[in-house]
Design a protein around this ligand. Structure first.
Ligand code: ACO
Length: 335
């Protein structure tokens, strides 16, 4: 039986910084409200004409991760790409990575699990490596939110939260079962699908229907979020996923060297930190700079924590996320 471990990390965020004050020029909002409710100070939004998309940003992050892994694109056996904002309705972004990076014709799988996307992606890659099917898997999380947000006052409770960006990890096989991914835990509760949703375009609500209606009141193609309902479920499910991961590995909360929570809202991360009694150096947050980048948030945060020297060999690293679906989960790793 093999184990999987991360040997290369990379991230890419667009240069274009949008501050809370910038947003207040587009809609009726203000820095104080956004910071008090979410902790977000600024986010990156792709500049029109820059050429960045979820796939393009994912490829930029992937190049860095592959190089840091000491590999080349030809060493990668499989691609797993997590996003809710793919370049096309279909095909997914994974195949674009194969093309952009000029990789061999390896398989590519897209994961559609929103904020939990990277957790699911790591778990899938882990299973492929553990069974011996693949040696090196490129796992990417990327989101191009800014192109699909309602930037008027009507959409303010959602649009101030989200940012664009990408992160990537190279996972590889190890025969040392004491390091790498120790376990992953995945959950869903589909009855709450419509509490955090983009309804259209979809097969049920197709573009011609939207266009024919020509109804500016139709907001079905913008994200809808029942914020307080999502918040209440998030704090419960985050906690459950972390406890489940610790219990499965006979670990205590004191054993956590680094918790990387999905960057949904700083208040959620702070609630979890307090609930588990974790010190500041045991939890990493960067939502202040990037907003909520959904499937990219955990991998961008993991990469940044590693770049800042906050993750070292032997550390117990916990990844946890909750999001639309609802979906949630955790990954426990020994670095
Ligand atoms: N600026 C100023 N005022 C605003 C803004 C804004 N951007 N947005 C909303 N308001 C107003 C509302 O209109 C409302 O005014 P009213 O009281 O006069 O009606 C008031 O502020 C409070 O609005 P709420 O929506 O109740 O604000 P809340 O405290 O719930 O905060 C938030 C909203 C930040 C969205 C919070 O609910 C949250 O973070 N929820 C969880 C988000 C999350 O975890 N998502 C999961 C991941 S995302 C994914 O999976 C894709």
């Amino acid at each position: 039986m093999y184990n999987s471990r991360i040997i290369g990390l990379g991230k890419y965020v667009p240069d274009n910084i949008i501050t809370n004050d910038d947003l207040s020029k587009m809609m009726d909002t203000n820095d104080a409200w956004i910071q008090e409710r979410t902790g977000i100070q600024e986010r990156r939004w792709i500049k029109e004409g820059s050429g960045d998309t979820s796939a393009v940003m994912g490829a930029k992050a992937a190049r860095i991760a592959i190089e840091r892994a000491g590999l080349t694109k030809d060493d990668i056996d499989f691609i797993v790409f997590a996003t809710l904002s793919p370049d096309y309705y279909f095909p997914g972004c994974g195949v674009q990575i194969q093309d952009i990076l000029d990789m061999p014709t390896v398989g590519a799988l897209d994961i559609r699990n929103q904020c939990s996307g990277f957790i699911y992606a790591v778990s899938v890659a882990d299973q492929f490596i553990k069974t011996g099917m693949y040696n090196n898997i490129l796992v990417i999380g990327a989101e191009y939110h800014s192109g699909g947000l309602d930037k008027s006052t009507r959409g303010r409770s959602v649009s101030v939260i989200f940012g664009d960006g990408a992160g990537a990890a190279v996972m590889t096989r190890t025969e040392d079962n004491t390091i790498g991914v120790l376990s992953s835990h995945l959950h869903s509760e589909g009855k709450h699908a419509e509490e955090l949703v983009v309804e259209g375009p979809s097969i049920r609500h197709w573009v011609p229907e939207i266009l024919e209606a020509n109804n500016e009141e139709d907001t079905s193609y913008y994200p809808y979020m029942n914020g307080q309902f999502v918040f209440k479920h998030a704090v419960v499910r985050f906690s459950e996923a972390i406890v489940e991961g610790l219990t499965a590995n006979n670990l205590q909360k004191e054993d956590i060297d680094m918790l990387i929570p999905h960057q949904a809202n700083l208040r959620i991360s702070q609630f979890i930190q307090k609930k588990f009694g974790l010190r500041d150096d045991q939890v990493f947050n960067n939502i202040q700079k990037y907003g909520n980048t959904t499937a990219a948030s955990v991998i961008i945060a993991l990469t940044e924590a590693w770049e800042e020297g906050k993750i070292n060999d032997g550390d117990t690293v916990v990844l946890a996320a909750f999001g639309s679906g609802f979906t949630w989960g955790s990954v426990i790793m020994k670095w």
